[in-house]
Ligand binder design. Structure first.
Ligand SMILES: *Cc1c(COP(=O)(O)O)cnc(C)c1O
Length: 401
């Protein structure tokens, strides 16, 4: 971080108070552009759960992003942007650019989703029965279980039909008079093992083939009247939190060549659901030292943010967000704690910070945009960090169609 950026953050913290969660929309736009540039044939559906801040959704919308939502609340955050549109355009937007990627949906939610022609994912027979009863008009994507080896956040224990059951489920859907538009998977979040993607693509390819052998047509009818299959490669795109994370460029190259090799001859639409990739690097937290003690010879700093709040990503997302001081000084191993009365509210027992920081001094943590504020609580009466949006484009642009 440059000195100029540091000065800016300190000034903002003074003006707005702490803890302060700064979202730089220029970085979000650059992340989106990078994704589009390196995976030109893959339409990104931003996974809203990574950070559902309304300004972020607005920026993604203005960039022409599509959206992955997993609750009616998230759906409405997106739908807000198209409320005034004519019915036909609104329906086209929902069909083309929104996926409800939660394989388990209560009947009430399904009834609501049925009002919109929307794509939803499923991975089991009971869900198909519910869909048949409550939402026969939605589009279906079968989520399959794929290897999540080496990903920071494992998802395969909870979601995805076993590949050996996939063709049967597609047949069941067809027997019920429901069409399946395509296949989706998720290789696990923060996936640094690119072989997961390769295996998942191969599994998907085989399932398409098996369905074809059974005489079932997967896909939707495109503008030329041909069946077009959807291949949804999910999320997992890793963020360079540390130098050992492999580059996105390398992954993109692998994906492009493997998709071309396996699906080059098919009429296929490839989509993805990046969450973390779009937002993690765009956000910085500024927090204040509110207490200081020495315990067993170690300097302990008590901060106005902790693991029940912005640092909740340490618990749910298994990420660390090292703290840095704005002041110079010899770095020593220090402990950092959150503001609540719970000892679990320990940010780190080994942050490297100067020992001579004082009460009211500020600290910052970078790359803290994904699965952080999104899972923060107001436990113990300490509110979530306030949000400051910077580099927001003021002029409204039409989304790129
Ligand atoms: C969480 C989630 C995502 C986003 O995953 P990232 O690893 O953040 O890219 C995408 N799709 C589904 C279904 C998810 O649950």
């Amino acid at each position: 971080m440059t000195n100029q950026q540091k000065e800016f953050l300190q000034k903002m913290a003074k003006e707005h108070g702490t803890p302060l969660f700064v979202i730089d929309h220029e970085i979000i736009r650059n992340n989106f552009k990078e994704f589009r540039e390196k995976l030109p044939d893959v339409q990104p559906y931003f996974a809203v759960k990574a950070n559902s801040n309304p300004e972020i959704i607005k920026t993604m919308f203005n960039m022409g992003s599509s959206f992955d939502v997993a609750s009616i609340y998230e759906f409405k955050l997106v739908h807000k942007h198209i409320e005034g549109w004519p019915d036909k355009e609104r329906q086209d937007f929902i069909w083309d650019k929104v996926i409800y990627a939660n394989t388990i949906k209560p009947a009430k939610v399904l009834a609501k989703l049925n009002q919109y022609k929307i794509l939803v994912t499923f991975d089991n027979l009971e869900e198909l029965k519910k869909i048949k009863q409550h939402a026969p008009d939605v589009g279906l994507i079968l989520r399959i279980r794929v290897p999540n080896t080496g990903s920071m956040v494992e998802l395969s224990s909870k979601f995805g039909a076993h590949p050996s059951e996939a063709a049967d489920l597609i047949s069941e859907a067809a027997n019920m008079g429901l069409g399946v538009e395509g296949i989706s998977f998720h290789v696990g979040s923060q996936c640094n093992n690119f072989d997961n993607y390769v295996q998942a693509l191969n599994l998907s390819h085989n399932i398409f083939k098996e369905a074809e052998l059974r005489g079932i047509e997967i896909g939707f009818t495109d503008k030329e009247g041909k069946k077009k299959k959807v291949l949804d490669i999910g999320g997992g795109f890793p963020v360079k939190y540390s130098p050992d994370v492999k580059s996105f460029a390398m992954l993109a190259k692998k994906l492009n060549s493997e998709i071309k090799r396996l699906f080059g001859k098919d009429n296929i639409q490839v989509i993805a659901e990046p969450g973390r990739f779009m937002v993690a690097t765009a956000c910085t937290l500024v927090t204040k030292i509110i207490g200081k003690a020495v315990r067993d010879g170690k300097t302990c700093y008590y901060l106005d943010d902790g693991v029940y709040h912005t640092f909740s990503g340490q618990v749910y997302d298994h990420q660390l967000y090292p703290l840095h001081a704005f002041k110079d000084g010899e770095l020593k191993v220090c402990a950092t704690f959150g503001p609540t009365c719970d000892a679990f509210d320990t940010i780190s027992l080994a942050d490297e910070l100067p020992e001579d920081l004082q009460i009211d001094d500020l600290l910052y943590a970078e790359n803290i945009g994904a699965y952080t504020l999104a899972s923060a609580t107001d436990f113990n009466g300490f509110p979530e960090a306030r949000v400051l949006n910077i580099n927001v484009e003021v002029k409204e642009k039409q989304p790129v169609k």
